[in-house]
Design a binder for this molecule. Structure first.
Ligand code: GNR
Ligand code: NI
Length: 166
């Protein structure tokens, strides 16, 4: 099922997500819907927060072939190292692309779609994407790293777009 993606400055994007207590059928269905929504958008990641579900669940696939899904439930960053500066986009900020500085190397602990504990070592784009998605779970967006002036410009641009389409 394709889910509707919230757009900045929707205040619901500022919600802090809750930990998943048990990875059951309902959670797995949500994971599948997140991937379906992410692939059709198309995006390389999607956090449950973006579809107004405030649970700590992330879907990622940075592969060209779109065949390497990474599902992270209750993710925690154990170690971070190095610096990566990439231009980021966000499905909740259509048409906005800005450079953000993040850690380059991570070790991340999470549960997978089966509810099993996994440990990931990541670098580059995958690390950036994980940090971007984990920010969503905290109600944070990449525009929060920009200057207030830049953020205000983006807010105006996106508010105008919404007015036009409604
Ligand atoms: O599709 C996406 N592309 C992207 C590019 C650089 C850094 C992060 C991302 S994530 C984004 C999809 C999205 O909004 N995820 O929350
Ligand atoms: Ni995003």
């Amino acid at each position: 099922m394709i889910l509707e993606i919230l757009h900045f400055p929707d205040p619901r994007l500022r919600t802090r997500a809750q930990f998943v207590q048990k990875v059951d059928k309902t959670i797995q269905k949500l994971v599948d819907d997140l991937f379906e929504t992410m692939y059709q958008a198309p995006g390389i990641g999607l956090a449950a927060t973006q579809v107004n579900v405030h649970k700590r669940i992330i879907a990622i696939d940075i592969s060209e072939e779109r065949n390497q899904p990474v599902c992270l439930i209750n993710p925690t960053i154990l170690t971070r190292d190095g610096v990566e500066c990439l231009e980021e986009g966000c499905l909740s900020l259509p048409g906005i692309f800005e450079e953000v500085q993040r850690a380059k190397n991570l070790t991340v602990q999470a549960l997978n779609r089966e509810g099993e504990a996994i440990l990931l070592t990541t670098e580059g784009l995958l690390s950036v994407c994980i940090q971007h998605e984990m920010d969503h779970l905290e109600g944070k967006l990449f525009v929060d790293y920009l200057s207030p002036l830049k953020r205000q410009r983006i807010r105006k641009k996106l508010t105008k777009q919404t007015e036009k389409s409604s």
